[in-house]
Design a protein around this ligand. Structure first.
Ligand code: AMP
Ligand code: MG
Length: 347
C-alpha cells in the first residue's frame, strides 16, 4: 500500500515538474519573442542596418553581416581581388553561383527593359569618374567609342559550366542590382533561422520581412529628391522590398551643370528622362533594385507602359522633375502622404 502511495506521489511530482518546465519554456519564448537585435555595417559604399526580432535574432543578424561582407568582396568593382574585377580583367571566366544568378537576372531585365538596364555600363561609369574617382565630363568621342562596348546582348554565358565570356573592352558593374540581391540573401538567412520579423536597410534600400513584432505594418519613408531632408511620403508595407533610385544620390557639378550616376545606355550620358526619383515596391528585391534604375532611365511614359505589362510583379512611386508624384494603383492604400498624388491605373 505504502509502495503504491509513493509511486503515485513520484508520478504526481514528475507531472508537476514537467508542467513547470513547460511553463519555463513558454516564459522563455515569451521573453525572447520580441527580443530586438540591431547591427550596422559599412559595406558596398553605404551604411547598412539590420534589425531582427525573436529568439534567434542575434545569430541571424551575425550571419547576415557576414553575408554582406562576403558579397561585397565578391561583387565590388572597387576591390582589386573581387571576382567581378577578375572577370573584367580576364574577359570572363568561370563565375560563382551568386554572380551567375546576378548575371542571368541582369540579362533578363536588360531584354525586358529594352536595354535601359545594362550591367555592361562599367566602361562609361569609369569615364565619368563614378567608378575609380576623378569626376569629369568625358569627351563626346570617348563616350561614342566606349558605347560600342556596352551591350549585355553580346555577352556569352554557358550555364553548364558557369562560363562567362566578355568581348574585348566590355566590363560588368552590378552596382544597380547588387544591394537588392544582398537584401534577398539576408531574408533567406533570416528565414533559415526562423526569424519572422526583420527590417533590412541597405543605404536607404529597404527590405521587410513580415510585419513589426506587434503585427503592425512597417513604415518606410520615401526621400524627397530635392534632398532637403523631407519626405515624399511613407510606404506602409510588410514582406516587401522598397528600393529607390534617384539622381540626387550621387552626382557632381561641372560648369554649372549637375551630372548624376544613372546612365542611359543608349547615350552614355546621365539619364535625363524627366524623373527625379523612382521607388519600386516588390516582393523580389533583386528585381526591385534593377527596375528602380531601369525605370529612372526610361522616363515616365515608358515606365507606365512597363508597369502595365508587369503589374503583378511590382508597384512604383515616380517623382517627376516638376515635383509631380505618380503612384501605381497597388500603392493607393499603402502610400501615405499629405502631398497631392496621381494614381496610374491599369489602362
Ligand atoms: P541604383 O542606385 O540602384 O540606381 O544604381 C546605380 C548604379 O547602377 C550606378 O552607380 C552604376 O553602378 C549602375 N548603373 C548606372 N546606370 C546603369 C544602367 N543604365 N543599367 C545598369 N546599371 C547602371
Ligand atoms: Mg538599382
Amino acid at each position: 500500500m505504502k509502495k503504491h502511495i509513493s509511486v503515485i506521489m513520484v508520478c504526481m511530482l514528475s507531472v508537476i515538474l514537467s508542467g513547470c518546465n513547460n511553463m519555463l519554456d513558454q516564459g522563455k519564448e515569451l521573453l525572447f519573442a520580441n527580443k530586438e537585435v540591431t547591427q550596422s555595417v559599412f559595406a558596398m559604399d553605404t551604411y547598412m542596418t539590420i534589425t531582427a526580432y525573436g529568439p534567434n535574432a542575434e545569430e541571424a543578424v551575425k550571419e547576415s553581416v557576414a553575408e554582406i561582407n562576403r558579397l561585397d568582396t565578391l561583387l565590388s568593382t572597387g576591390k582589386e581581388t573581387s571576382e567581378i574585377t577578375k572577370v573584367n580583367q580576364n574577359h570572363g571566366g568561370k563565375i560563382s553561383q551568386d554572380t551567375a544568378f546576378l548575371w542571368k537576372k541582369s540579362r533578363e531585365i536588360f531584354e525586358k527593359t529594352d536595354g535601359a538596364f545594362d550591367v555592361t555600363i562599367y566602361p562609361i561609369m569609369k569615364a565619368w569618374g563614378f567608378a575609380g574617382g576623378g569626376f569629369h565630363v568625358p569627351a563626346k568621342e570617348e563616350i561614342e567609342y566606349l558605347l560600342s562596348h556596352v551591350n549585355s546582348g553580346r555577352v556569352q554565358y554557358v550555364e553548364t559550366n558557369r562560363q562567362l565570356s566578355l568581348p574585348q573592352g566590355m566590363e560588368l558593374d552590378f552596382g544597380g542590382i547588387a544591394k537588392g540581391y544582398t537584401s534577398q540573401r539576408i531574408v533567406e538567412i533570416m528565414k533559415e533561422h526562423q526569424v519572422k520579423n526583420s527590417m533590412i536597410n541597405l543605404g536607404g534600400n529597404v527590405q521587410l520581412l513580415g510585419t513589426k513584432p506587434d503585427g503592425s505594418l512597417y513604415r518606410v519613408a520615401v526621400k524627397n529628391p530635392e534632398n532637403d531632408g523631407s519626405y515624399l511620403g511613407i510606404i506602409e508595407e510588410s514582406d516587401k522590398a522598397v528600393i529607390t533610385s534617384g539622381g540626387y544620390e550621387r552626382f557632381f557639378e561641372e560648369d554649372g551643370e549637375l551630372y548624376h550616376h544613372i546612365i542611359d545606355p543608349k547615350t552614355g550620358y546621365p539619364a535625363k528622362s524627366g524623373l527625379s526619383s523612382v521607388t519600386i515596391v516588390s516582393s523580389d528585391a533583386t528585381l526591385a533594385d534593377a527596375l528602380s534604375t531601369a525605370l529612372f532611365v526610361m522616363g515616365k511614359e515608358n515606365a507606365v507602359d512597363f508597369w502595365r505589362e508587369n503589374s503583378d510583379s511590382f508597384d512604383a512611386v515616380l517623382c517627376l522633375d516638376s515635383g509631380d508624384i505618380w503612384i501605381t494603383k497597388g500603392l493607393e492604400k499603402s502610400f501615405v502622404t499629405e502631398k497631392s498624388v496621381k494614381v496610374i491605373d491599369k489602362e
